[in-house]
Design a protein around this ligand. Sequence first.
Ligand code: DQA
Length: 140
Amino acid sequence: MNLLLLNGPNLNLLGTRQPDIYGHETLADIEAATRAHAELRGAMLEAFQTNHEGEMLERIHAARGVADAIIINPAAWSHTSVALLDALNVFDGRVAEVHLSNIHKREAFRHHSYVSARADAVLAGMGAFGYRAAVDWLLA
Ligand code: DQA
């Protein structure tokens, strides 16, 4: 199984970005731990992060027919981007949406996610463990 791990804007700053909310692990830590978790279970995982919405859309387009599933933390684009929802809607495999924080416990503008209209599973509030939980769910 080929898994694609996508992280959206500002997640490159994990480790130093509001660690009280997002934790102390860096994105590199999270990507390595998620990849190791997938590989131990016989899956392959490619990771990509961008702060540019168009690059994210193009990465999702390129995953069509290649990746079996996408694990995505869309970050702020969750709450703003119909374009991201539309791109995920033309991807055939499963989609797991991950948020480090519990977006429903935070400001009202974070309670709605466009991506959730496409996601097959949504994991929020588990911190970095949510990415590994998404791998387990996709492989189960
Ligand atoms: C986030 C939650 C979003 O509201 C926020 O914009 C992020 C990160 C999370 O992982 O908890 O950048 O997706």
